[in-house]
Ligand binder design. Structure first.
Ligand SMILES: [Mg+2]
Length: 400
């Protein structure tokens, strides 16, 4: 029998006092830690719907992205004391029985340390559900469980401005369609747009594609002068074509440039030098999302040629991200763990940066019409506020 949402809420209200909301250092390791008193006794997979509010078109690499996840597989962990935690999984999880085999008989404290994250890479697949579960048992939002007294709030950008001018293929909508999407996102509450560029990489002749990128970005800035613009090339540029693009938008301030090309020390250094010499010293330089070349990224951030890291919140791993934060913060390197795909991942990242700060902005993936209750996770005055409810503050749909 699947536990409906109400059971989780009931559990929360029942255990709010018993869980002793104040976490003390070392507490989770003690035998009397609430995490040590819960054992996983059931694992289930369910599907949830977190669709996007509109069709999302092409980028410089891929074709039409569609309407968003309508049958997203998530994992629900149940303990012998009636607590549940859930979330997206990562990598191969196999069947519920196989996953249960991995965690069966172990206490939650055996699987996750609230202060650092999962205790072994073996649990990478359920890193997110384990963080949610630990938060539920401790009656703490994930951002607070990691030590923050108040969540660090960050700006949030709409990550949904694609090449919608190019579709439908037999009657392309043109630049106005992109402006219409920006308008929707503005009304939704965003004051930062990340604009996909690189039409000349695959979908248009190189010169015409570059020209369209320039036209689109200039038009967005003209229509929304109070909005920060970020651009994402999905590795579809060379240094020279990127400089050509920048020359075409000379009067548009840029908040950041993401993945213009696959990272190399030579290319990023050349682009950084161009930016600094041409009044764009403050434009953030972000990379690390697609097939990250870790030695190159580390090299590039030594002198801040690159100053924002983007690896995926689930793919790279919530706990792995936690482990690197002290060092990145000390180095002055910003973070913005990638979330594209689902609005759930935006919430995971919001809790992560809520805990650690040091994020110039986070990636907003908007959802509408799905069946997950996002609770108090929301955009307020152009900042993303992570929920103060236990775990990630996300509720599974009640079963009808
Ligand atoms: Mg990207």
């Amino acid at each position: 029998m699947i536990q409906p949402t109400m059971d989780r809420r009931t559990f929360l209200s029942r255990t709010a006092i018993a869980a002793a909301a104040t976490i003390q250092p070392g507490f989770a390791h003690a035998d009397d830690s609430p995490l040590a008193q819960h054992c996983i006794d059931r694992v289930e997979f369910r599907t949830v719907s977190v669709p996007w509010p509109r069709q999302v078109g092409r980028n410089s690499r891929g074709g039409i992205h569609g309407q968003g996840p309508k049958k997203l597989r998530v994992c629900v962990l149940h303990t012998n004391k009636g607590a549940t935690g859930w979330g997206q999984t990562q990598g191969k999880t196999g069947k519920p029985e196989q996953l249960l085999e991995l965690v069966k008989g172990k206490s939650v404290a055996d699987l996750i340390d609230w202060a650092t994250g999962i205790r072994s890479e073996k649990y990478h697949a359920v890193d997110i559900p384990l963080h949610d579960l630990a938060g539920v048992i401790l009656d703490q939002p994930v951002w607070a469980m990691t030590g923050a007294k108040e969540p660090h709030l960050t700006r949030v950008y709409s990550g949904m401005i694609y090449f919608d001018d190019l579709d439908p293929a037999d009657n392309p909508a043109g630049t106005d369609k992109v402006l219409e999407n920006c308008s929707w996102d503005y009304d939704y509450g965003y004051r930062q747009f990340k604009v996909k560029i690189g039409r000349g990489n695959r979908w248009m002749p190189a010169k015409a594609g570059l020209q369209r990128d320039i036209e689109v970005v200039n038009a967005i800035h003209k229509a929304f002068p109070d909005v920060d613009i970020l651009v994402d090339g999905n590795n579809g540029f060379t240094v020279d074509t990127m400089i050509g693009f920048l020359k075409g938008i000379a009067n548009v301030p840029l908040f950041w440039i993401e993945e213009p090309f696959h990272e190399t020390v030579a290319d990023w250094t050349r682009l950084r030098d161009y930016l600094v010499a041409n009044g764009r010293k403050e434009t953030l330089r972000a990379d690390g999302e697609a097939k990250p070349d870790f030695p190159v990224l580390e090299e590039l951030q030594k002198d801040h040629t690159l100053n924002v890291r983007l690896e995926d919140i689930c793919g790279h791993g919530f706990s792995k991200w936690r482990a690197r934060m002290r060092r990145l913060t000390k180095q002055g390197i910003g973070v913005s763990p990638h979330t594209w795909g689902t609005a759930l991942k935006t919430v995971y990242t919001a809790h992560f940066v809520g805990a650690y700060g040091n994020a110039p902005t986070i990636e907003g993936v908007t959802t509408m019409g799905g069946d997950v209750d996002f609770g108090e996770n929301r955009i307020v005055e152009a900042q993303f506020h992570p929920s103060s409810d236990a775990g990630f503050g996300l509720s599974l749909p009640a079963l009808s």
